[in-house]
Design a protein around this ligand. Structure first.
Ligand code: SAH
Ligand code: SF4
Length: 365
């Protein structure tokens, strides 16, 4: 009863209290869960429509100078065989995404701050922009950089940037990162990205050890205060060769289910609160259940990031255990994803940038 009243108010566009948001995230009843997802879907339909946009993700290197305790490609993981694509390989994959009519590509890698890498990215972004006549959207997800570097890449032609805050609780942030990875720096980077004119996407991981529903609601309110255009968030999944993964241990089937539902609830509540932004159904959802990303679309997400990385490199870019599609090639990914999306009654926004209505409203002010 209480939940249906909250959802009615949400649908009518009323602002929900912190406690109400906690209540939504705490739902366990099957019918109430479905009602939450349906409410989020109705808001998505009204605010952004039922077109799913593809962003072809190129995971171009697993070399990283950082040591985040949760991540499989952290600097101290000696079990990882490191790889680095050259400029031509990245370019080739971006052109593949363009020809496949993906509206955008995302270039993602471990973090590097050396000039050689920075200028390689700058060159390749320029080349992609020129070769696709500015039609392929270029998103970067290359970690923390100086404002000057963000500006160089922006001027080269990138227009969106993904950098998760991971958690908006500074104490949790400190628990999951080494001492020299500062929460404040992360926040400053997000501000610098905004100043340099990017559409900024951020997000968090859900299900971190010690994280509460209240923390997740605070995360949502953080995203709201940041006035973001895009959110990319996903469940935390242990990686066995990491300090956190050693403590948490691989998920049992029960834990996987729980993590998936929490991820879906968080997407739904994000749609309810932030309404007209783009929300990505993270690949991590699919690691928990094969149809996880489609379920994400049905709970309010409207962006999917199919992998366009060369198949040989994929197993080496393992941020967490059970990462899906590591043995499929890009055209298989395109085919099976499109089919699955049509299967849930949505269309794919082929060839479109698919910017969030929020971005247009914000910039028209
Ligand atoms: N180095 C860049 C981009 C690659 S990591 C960066 O850190 O921004 C991209 C995202 O992967 C991170 O933001 C983190 O939220 C996510 N990630 C890393 N390890 C993960 C894990 N074990 N489970 C789920 N997501 C993880
Ligand atoms: Fe590096 Fe990003 Fe992984 Fe942190 S999350 S270790 S910055 S790749």
């Amino acid at each position: 009863m209480r939940i249906s009243k909250i959802l009615e108010r949400a649908k009518a566009g009323e602002q929900l209290s912190t406690q109400e948001l906690v209540d939504l995230l705490s739902i366990t009843d099957k019918n109430e869960l479905q009602a939450l997802y349906d409410c989020a879907y109705a808001i998505k339909e009204r605010e952004v429509g039922t077109v799913a946009y593809f962003r072809g993700i190129i995971e171009c290197s697993n070399i990283c100078i950082k040591d985040c305790y949760y991540c499989g490609i952290r600097k101290s993981n000696r079990a990882v065989e490191r790889f680095e694509m050259d400029e031509d390989e990245i370019f080739k994959e971006a052109v593949w995404a363009y020809k496949a009519e993906y509206g955008s590509c995302v270039i993602q890698s471990g973090e590097r701050q050396d000039e050689e890498y920075i200028s390689m990215i700058e060159r390749v972004v320029k080349r992609i922009r020129e070769a696709t006549h500015g039609k392929l959207g270029i998103t970067l997800s290359l970690g923390e950089q100086s404002e000057a570097v963000y500006r160089r890449w922006r001027e080269a032609g990138a227009h969106r940037y993904l950098l998760r805050i991971e958690t908006s609780n500074p104490e949790l942030y400190a628990k999951f990162h080494p001492k020299d990875h500062l929460f404040e720096t992360r926040k400053e980077c997000l501000a610098a990205l905004r100043r340099t004119g990017y559409q900024v996407g951020t997000g968090v991981m859900m299900g971190l050890p010690g994280q509460t529903m209240e923390d997740l609601v605070e995360d949502l309110l953080f995203l709201k205060r940041m006035d973001v255009d895009m959110v990319g968030m996903g469940p935390y999944i242990p990686h066995s060769d990491t300090p956190m993964g050693q403590e948490v241990r691989p998920y049992t089937d029960e834990q996987k289910k729980h993590a998936l539902v929490l991820g879906l609830k968080m997407i739904a509540v994000t749609r309810i609160v932030l309404k007209d932004i783009n929300i990505a159904a993270a690949t991590a959802l699919q690691a928990l259940e094969y149809t996880g990303r489609e379920q994400g679309l049905l709970c309010g997400a409207n962006v999917i990031m199919p992998n366009v990385t060369e198949t040989d490199y994929r197993p080496k870019y393992k941020l967490y255990d059970d990462k899906p599609c590591t043995d499929e090639n890009s055209s298989l990914c395109r085919g099976c994803l499109s089919k699955r999306i049509k299967g849930i009654g949505e269309t794919v926004g082929f060839g479109e940038w698919g910017d969030a209505p929020h971005f247009y409203k914000r910039t028209a002010k």
